[in-house]
Design a protein around this ligand. Structure first.
Ligand SMILES: [Zn+2]
Length: 554
C-alpha cells in the first residue's frame, strides 16, 4: 500500500505517527523511505511505527514511504457476512480506527490524499474515495480509486462485495460531471433507488446552491456493514444495511450525510471537542435541504424535534465544546453535538439574517476547505460576515451548558396601555445566564387582536414595560420558535380598579393576584404555508443577491 503526501512530525528521528495497530497474524514486513525498494530499519511497538530518517533529505513535500504489511485487521476493516448473507468487506474508521488497517496519523487534522487499488474475487465490485480511471471497467477484479483532495483518515474507506450499482442523474458543474451512484445489495437496490435516494442528485444541487460546488469527484451512496446509521466517508458515504432490509430507510439520513461532504469532510473540525462543526452542521442542513425541497415546515418540524431531543437528553449540564470528552470521541456523539449544534446555527441565522448567515457559511467553507477549523475560526468568519462581535453568542451557546428556562409573568396597566412583563431565567445557577437580544413576545387580546413586540433579555431578572394597545389575555413567548428555550407565561390579573398586588389596596374581587397560568409553551410553532412560500422566495432572492455581491467583491 502506498501512502502519498507523507509529512514528517520530526524530521530527525521518526516518521510521524501512531500507526498500524497490529495483532497476531498481522505483521509489517518492509519499510522503505527514499529510494523505492531500499529497505530500512524501523521500530514498531505494536502501536507506533518509527523510521529513522538518517541522512535522507526531508523536502517540504515529504518523502515517499512504502510500507508493506499484511494480515487481518482487528478493527477498522470489517471482513464478514453482510445482512444479505454474503461475504463483504467494509472499512469503518470513525473516530480513530483507520490505524487498524492504514498506516496513518489517525487524527482528524491529518488530512491526506489517498489511492486504493483493491483486488477482489470475481463478481465483486469495490468502491472507495475519489474517482476511478477511465480504463476501469465494471467487471474488473482490480479496482482503482484515487482521491485527489486531502481527506481525514476517518473517512478513508473501501467497500467490496456483490453490489448493484445505479447511476443517478449526475451533477454538472461547468465542465465537471459529478457521478451520483447508489451501491446496494442486489435485493435492496430497487428500494434504495426509489425511496431514500430518489432525490440524491437534487440534495447535492441544493447544497451547491446554498454553499459551493460538491467538494469531490463523485458521490457514491453505499449500503454497508458500518456500525453507524450512516458514515459520511468523503465521496463514498456508507449507510447501515439493516434499514434497507427492513425498508425503513428514509431520505433524512441521506440529506445529513450528503451535507457532511461540505461540513465535516471538506471542512473538518481540528479536534474532537469541536465535532459540532461536523454533526451540528449536518443535522441543521438535513432540515435546511428538506425545507428547500419541500417547504419551510420541514425545517420547523426538524428544529422542534431537535429541541425535544436535546431537552430530554442527559447532556444539558455539559457544554457543546466539551474538552472533558476529547479522549473519548464516542461520548461526543450526543445531543449537544447534533441537535443543540443545529440550534446554534439556527439561532445564529436568526441573529445574522439569511443573507449574512449564508454569506458567512460560504466564506467559512471557502477558507477552510480541505483543511481543519475550530469553533473560533468559524466565529471569526461569521463576525466578519455580520460585522459584529459574536463572542457573547458563541460563549453562551458553545461553552455554557443548558439553555434559558424563562418564567414570564405579566399584567396590563390599562391606564398607561402597557403590559408590565417580568422575565426570570430560572435555569440552574451552574448553567449561567443567557443573553437574548431579540426575544419575541406575542400578545393576544379579545376579538383576535394580536401584537408582537421584540424585547431584549440580559440578566437573570428583567422587568419590561411594553406598549400594547389592548388588554392581553395571553402572551406567547418566542412564537416562531427562533430560540432554544423553554418558557412559562403567567398572566397576573389586576383588580378592576387597577390596583395591583403590593399596592396595599385591597382588591374587591380577587384580594390580590389571580394566577391565570397559560401553560408551558412548546418552543416551536409551525409557519403557515403561504408565509413559508413567501419566505422561500425571499430566501432565493437573498442567495441571488449574495452571489452578485460575491462577484463584486472578488
Ligand atoms: Zn453526522
Amino acid at each position: 500500500m502506498v501512502i502519498d503526501d507523507v509529512r514528517w512530525i520530526d524530521p530527525i528521528t521518526l516518521i510521524r505517527g501512531d500507526t498500524v495497530a497490529a495483532h497476531p497474524g498481522q505483521s509489517i514486513a518492509v519499510i522503505t523511505p527514499g529510494a523505492i525498494g531500499t529497505p530500512v530499519s524501523y521500530k514498531y511497538d505494536g502501536r507506533v511505527l518509527r523510521i529513522p530518517l538518517g541522512h535522507l533529505e526531508v523536502r517540504e513535500s515529504g518523502e515517499l514511504v512504502v510500507i508493506r504489511y499484511h494480515g487481518r485487521p482487528r478493527d477498522g476493516l470489517i471482513i464478514g457476512v453482510n445482512a444479505r448473507g454474503r461475504r463483504s468487506v467494509f472499512a469503518d474508521n470513525w473516530p480513530e480506527r483507520a490505524r487498524f488497517w492504514i498506516p496513518t496519523v489517525d487524527r482528524p487534522d491529518a488530512k491526506a490524499k489517498v489511492m486504493f487499488i483493491v483486488a477482489v474475487p470475481q463478481g465483486w465490485r469495490a468502491v472507495a474515495n475519489g474517482t476511478s480511471p477511465p480504463w476501469q471497467t465494471w467487471n474488473d477484479d482490480v479496482w482503482t480509486w484515487t482521491e485527489n483532495r486531502p481527506i481525514p483518515p476517518y473517512t478513508m474507506v473501501l467497500g467490496a462485495g456483490e453490489f448493484t450499482v445505479s447511476q443517478h442523474r449526475p451533477v454538472i458543474n461547468g465542465r465537471d460531471t459529478i457521478p451520483i451512484q447508489v451501491w446496494s445489495y442486489p435485493e435492496d437496490s430497487a428500494f434504495a433507488d426509489s425511496v431514500p435516494f430518489r432525490r440524491a442528485t437534487e440534495i447535492v444541487e441544493v447544497m451547491q446552491r446554498l454553499i459551493a460546488p460538491f467538494p469531490y469527484e463523485k458521490l457514491a451512496h453505499v449500503q454497508s456493514s458500518t456500525k453507524f446509521g450512516g458514515m459520511e466517508n468523503s465521496s463514498a458515504i456508507f449507510y447501515a444495511e439493516k434499514p434497507y432490509v427492513d425498508r425503513k430507510m428514509r431520505e433524512g439520513v441521506v440529506r445529513h450525510e450528503t451535507a457532511h461532504q461540505w461540513f465535516g469532510d471538506a471542512v473538518t473540525e481540528r479536534d474532537w471537542p469541536d465535532i459540532w462543526l461536523s454533526e451540528g452542521f449536518a443535522t441543521y442542513f438535513d432540515g435546511v435541504i428538506g425545507a428547500a425541497l419541500d417547504g419551510d415546515s420541514v425545517l420547523v418540524n426538524s428544529m422542534r424535534s431537535n429541541a425535544e431531543a436535546y431537552f430530554k437528553s442527559d447532556v444539558t449540564d455539559r457544554p457543546i465544546v466539551d474538552s472533558a470528552y476529547a479522549g473519548d470521541p464516542i461520548k461526543l456523539l450526543n445531543a449537544n453535538s447534533y441537535p443543540k449544534g443545529a440550534w446554534v446555527l439556527h439561532m445564529l441565522r436568526g441573529i445574522a439574517g439569511d443573507s449574512a448567515f449564508f454569506h458567512g457559511l460560504r466564506a467559512y467553507y471557502k477558507t477552510y476547505r480541505d483543511t481543519n477549523a475550530t469553533s473560533e475560526d468559524f466565529q471569526h468568519v461569521m463576525e466578519r460576515a455580520c460585522h459584529t462581535d459574536l463572542g457573547w453568542f458563541f460563549r453562551q451557546w458553545l461553552h455554557q451548558p443548558g439553555y434559558p428556562q424563562l418564567d414570564v409573568s405579566w399584567h396590563y396597566d390599562a391606564g398607561a396601555r402597557r403590559a408590565v412583563v417580568g422575565i426570570t431565567q430560572h435555569q440552574k445557577l451552574g448553567r449561567g445566564v443567557f443573553r437574548l437580544p431579540a426575544l419575541t413576545l406575542e400578545f393576544h387580546g379579545p376579538a383576535g387582536a394580536v401584537a408582537r413586540r421584540t424585547v431584549a433579555v440580559t440578566g437573570r431578572e428583567s422587568s419590561l414595560n411594553v406598549a400594547v394597545p389592548f388588554a392581553p389575555t395571553e402572551i406567547r413567548v418566542d412564537p416562531d420558535g427562533k430560540l432554544l428555550l423553554q418558557a412559562t407565561a403567567t398572566g397576573l390579573q389586576r383588580s378592576p380598579d387597577g390596583a395591583g398586588a403590593g399596592s396595599g389596596r385591597r382588591a374587591p374581587r380577587s384580594a390580590g393576584l389571580h394566577d391565570r397560568r397559560v401553560g408551558r409553551q412548546s418552543p416551536r410553532r409551525a409557519l403557515p404555508g403561504a408565509r413559508s412560500r413567501q419566505r422561500r422566495l425571499r430566501l432565493a432572492a437573498g442567495f441571488r443577491r449574495h452571489r452578485k455581491a460575491d462577484r463584486c467583491e472578488s
